[in-house]
Write a protein that binds this ligand. Structure first.
Ligand code: COA
Ligand code: AMP
Length: 621
C-alpha cells in the first residue's frame, strides 16, 4: 500500500490499524483491542515482555548466531560483536544479578552509563524482569542526577567507573557519590562496572562490583507484564529546572517501534542499522536499543564523536565495515564532519556502499547541510521530527512505504497515526503556508506517552492550551506540497547540538551565583551546534571580576558541560517591559545580529543600545 493509503487507514480506524500492526510483536496474551479510550490506552488486555521481543524471540526463531549488537569504540580502540544468543546470555545474567539484589517488577533502576554494551545489557535486563529503567545521560552533573534519584526513587543504580569523551577519561564515581549525598532518597545498591581506563574506589556498603555480582548470578527468565506497564522513565527538559519524567508504556511502544523499522526506515531483519546518538536520549532508547533489536536488526553502539575520534571519516568507516544500511544522526554531527572534511575525501575513501539512506533528527536540518551531505553520499537524506514525549518519529518521509524524501527544508509528512494541525494563538486552524502552533489531535498513536512520572499537572499541561490537541511546543507550517516545516520552539527550550535544554533551568543556576543580580539566558544561533546558550547578566556590585568564569563553571557543574554558554555578557540592566517582563526576543535579536524592532512596551529604550554595545564588546566578533 502507498503511504497515502496507509496514512488514511491509520486515521480512519486507529483501533483496527494498530491492532493489525500489533501482530509484529510476540505477546504472551495478544490484545483483543487496539485503543480503549481517547487517552492512548493501547492494547489494554495484552501482556508481553519487550526484552523477549528484542532478544529471545530471535534466538527461538533460529537466529541466535546472527549479529545483534556491534560495539565500536574508537575512544578506547575496542570493537566487539554480540550475537543474539550472546546478548541473551548477557542480558539474562544481568537480570539475574538485579533479581538477586531484590529488584522486582515495577521497581526503578537508574542507569548512569557511558556508551558500553553493559549499558544496553542493563536496560534490557530491567525490561526482562519488569523493572523500570531510567537512563540518565552520562554528561549530566551530580545535581541533575540527584533530582532524578529523588523523583523516581530507584532501588538500584547501574554505573561504570568512567566515561570517555574523545581523549578525556571522566570518572563517574565522584558524580555518583555526590548525587547520592545530595538526594533525599536512599539507594542502597550501586553496581559499578570497572573499566580498565579508571578504577572506581568502593567507599560504602552500597557500592557493588558488577562483575563479581554477575559471576554469582544465574540467568533470569522474562517476566510478562501488561501493555500499560512502564518500560522506562526518561527525563527531558521542561521550561523550569524540574525535568519531566516521560513514562513509556510497554505494549504501545513495542508495536510502534516494530512498525517504524520497515515502514519509516525501510529496514528488514538481518540488516545493520545505526543510530549515532546516546542511550541517554530518546533516540538512543528507541533506535539504538529497542527498535532495531525488536525488528531483528544488528544495532551499532558507538562510543566516540563524529570528529576527532580519530577523524571525520569514522562514521563512514564504521558504516562500511558493518554494511550499515541506514544511518541516523543529528545535523550537528554532519556539520562537524563537513567542517573537518569539506570535500568529503574521508567519506569517499571509506565508501560505505551498503548505506541506502541517512536520516537526520533532533534539531532543524539546515538546507545547506542537507544539500552538502546529499551530494557527498548520492543517497537520500531524510529529515524527520520527533520528541521524547512521542517516542518515535511523527513527521518523516516513510521510505518503507515508498515515499520520496520531502523537499529540503521540510521535516516530513505526518507519520501514520499522527494527525497534525497548525493552530493560531486562539486555537483556530490556519491555512497552508502560515506559521502557527504545531499540534496533534487525540488520540496519540501507540508509543506516545500517557503520563509524566509524579506529575499529573505537567502531563495535563500538554493538552490544556488547545482542547483535544497535544501541543508540541514547536512552531511550524504546512507547505502546499503537504510536507510540514518546523520553525523552532514556542517556549523557553533550546536545542544545542540536538540536545534539548531549558533556558529557564540555566537561568536558575546563573541566578544562584553570588556574582549575579539578575540574568536572562537565550539561544543564540551557532554554525556548528544550531543553537548555544548565551547568558546576559547584571553583576552584583563589586563582583564583575571573574564573573564569567564563575557562571560558566556553575552551569557546567550544576547541569552539564553540554549546557555551557558560548557567551556571557555583563550588562547594566536587562531590557524589560513596563510590567517587568524580560524582553528575551530582543536579546535573541541582539545576539543573532538581527534587525531590532523596538517594542512599544519597553520600559527604557536606551537599554537596547547599551545592551547591544555590551554584547559586541563581550564577544568581539
Ligand atoms: N559525558 C560527559 N561529558 C560529555 C558528554 C558525555 N556523555 N557528552 C558531551 N560532554 C561534554 C564534552 O566533553 C564537552 O566538554 P568540554 O567543554 O569540557 O570539552 C561538552 O560536554 C560539550 O560537548 P559537545 O556538545 O559534544 O561538544 P563538543 O565540542 O565536544 O563536540 C560535536 C561537538 C559536534 C562533535 C558534538 O556536539 C556532537 O557529536 N554532536 C552531535 C550530538 C548528537 O548526536 N545529538 C543527537 C542527540 S539525538
Ligand atoms: P527531544 O525531546 O530531546 O527529542 O527534542 C524534541 C525537540 O527537538 C522538538 O520539539 C523540536 O523542537 C526539536 N526537533 C527534533 N527533531 C527536529 C527536526 N527534524 N527539525 C526541527 N526540530 C526538531
Amino acid at each position: 500500500m502507498s503511504y497515502d493509503a496507509v496514512y488514511r487507514a491509520s486515521i480512519a480506524d486507529p483501533n483496527e490499524f494498530w491492532l493489525e500492526a500489533s501482530k509484529a510483536i510476540d505477546w504472551e496474551t495478544p490484545p483483543t483491542a487496539g485503543l480503549q479510550d481517547n487517552n492512548a490506552a493501547w492494547f489494554s488486555d495484552g501482556t508481553l515482555n519487550l526484552c523477549y521481543n528484542a532478544v529471545d524471540r530471535h534466538v527461538d526463531a533460529g537466529r541466535g548466531a546472527d549479529k545483534a549488537l556491534i560495539y565500536e569504540s574508537p575512544a578506547t580502540g575496542t570493537s566487539e560483536t554480540f550475537t543474539f544468543a550472546q546478548l541473551q546470555e548477557e542480558v539474562a545474567r544481568t537480570a539475574g544479578m538485579l533479581a538477586n539484589a531484590g529488584i522486582r517488577s515495577g521497581d526503578r533502576v537508574i542507569i548512569y552509563m557511558p556508551m558500553i554494551p553493559q549499558a544496553i545489557f542493563g536496560m534490557l535486563a530491567c525490561a526482562r524482569i519488569g523493572a523500570v529503567h531510567s537512563v540518565v545521560f552520562g554528561g549530566f552533573s551530580a545535581t541533575e542526577l540527584a533530582k532524578r534519584i529523588d523523583d523516581c526513587e530507584p532501588k538500584a543504580i547501574l554505573t561504570a567507573s568512567c566515561g570517555i569523551e574523545a581523549k578525556k577519561v571522566l570518572p563517574y564515581k565522584p558524580i555518583i557519590d555526590e548525587a547520592i549525598a545530595r538526594a533525599s532518597h536512599v539507594c542502597s545498591k550501586v553496581f559499578i562496572w570497572q573499566r580498565e581506563q579508571c578504577d572506581a574506589e568502593f567507599t560504602s556498603d552500597s557500592d557493588l562490583n558488577w562483575r563479581s555480582a554477575l559471576a554469582q548470578s544465574e540467568p533470569a527468565a522474562c517476566v510478562f507484564v501488561t501493555s500499560h506497564h512502564p518500560l522506562y522513565i526518561l527525563y527531558t527538559s521542561g521550561t523550569t529546572g524540574k525535568p519531566k519524567g516521560v513514562v513509556r508504556e510497554t505494549g504501545g511502544y513495542g508495536v510502534a517501534l516494530a512498525w517504524s523499522m520497515p515502514n519509516i526506515y525501510g529496514v528488514q531483519p538481518g540488516e545493520t542499522y545505526w543510530a549515532a546518538s546516546d542511550i541517554g536520549w530518546v533516540v538512543g532508547h528507541s533506535y539504538i536499543v529497542y527498535g532495531p533489536l525488536i525488528n531483528g536488526n544488528a544495532t551499532v553502539l558507538f562510543e566516540g564523536k563524529p570528529v576527532g575520534t580519530p577523524d571525520a571519516g569514522i562514521f563512514w568507516e564504521i558504516a562500511a565495515k558493518h554494511d550499515v544500511g541506514v544511518l541516523f544522526t543529528a545535523p550537528t554531527a554532519i556539520r562537524a564532519i563537513r567542517a573537518a572534511d569539506p570535500t568529503g575525501t574521508l567519506l569517499q575513501k571509506a565508501a560505505p556502499r551498503a548505506l541506502r539512506a541517512l536520516f537526520l533528527a533532533g534539531e532543524r536540518a539546515d538546507p545547506d547541510t542537507v544539500e552538502w551531505i546529499g551530494e557527498q553520499l548520492s543517497k537520500p537524506v531524510i529529515d524527520h521530527w520527533w520528541q521524547t514525549e512521542l517516542g518515535w518519529p511523527a513527521l518523516a518521509s516513510c521510505v518503507g512505504l515508498g515515499s520520496e524524501p520531502a523537499p529540503i527544508g521540510a521535516a516530513g509528512y505526518p507519520v501514520p497515526g499522527f494527525a497534525f494541525t497548525i493552530l493560531d494563538g486562539h486555537g483556530q486552524a490556519v491555512s497552508a503556508e502560515t506559521t502557527g502552533n504545531l499540534v496533534i489531535a487525540k488520540p496519540l498513536p501507540p508509543g506516545s506517552f500517557r503520563s509524566l512520572w509524579n506529575d499529573a499537572d505537567g502531563f495535563n499541561g500538554y493538552f490544556s492550551a488547545f482542547d483535544e490537541f497535544y501541543s508540541t511546543g514547536d512552531a511550524g507550517l504546512l507547505g502546499a506540497d503537504g510536507a510540514y516545516r518546523v520553525m523552532g520552539r514556542t517556549d523557553d527550550i533550546i536545542n544545542v547540538a540536538g540536545h534539548r535544554l531549558s533556558t529557564g533551568q540555566i537561568e536558575e543556576v546563573v541566578a544562584a551565583c553570588e556574582c549575579v543580580i539578575e540574568c536572562a539566558v537565550i539561544g543564540g544561533s551557532d554554525e556548528l551546534k544550531g543553537e548555544v546558550p548565551i547568558v546576559f547578566y547584571v553583576a552584583a556590585p563589586g563582583k564583575n571580576q571573574n564573573a564569567n568564569d564563575e557562571i560558566v563553571e556553575a552551569i557546567r557543574a550544576g547541569i552539564s558541560p553540554i549546557a555551557a554558554p558560548r557567551d556571557c555578557v555583563a550588562i547594566d540592566a536587562l531590557p524589560k517591559t513596563r510590567s517587568g517582563k524580560i524582553l528575551r526576543n530582543l536579546l535573541r535579536d541582539i545576539a543573532n545580529g538581527e534587525e531590532i524592532v523596538i517594542p512599544q512596551t519597553i520600559e527604557d529604550p536606551s537599554a537596547i543600545d547599551s545592551t547591544a554595545a555590551s554584547y559586541r564588546a563581550a564577544v568581539k566578533r
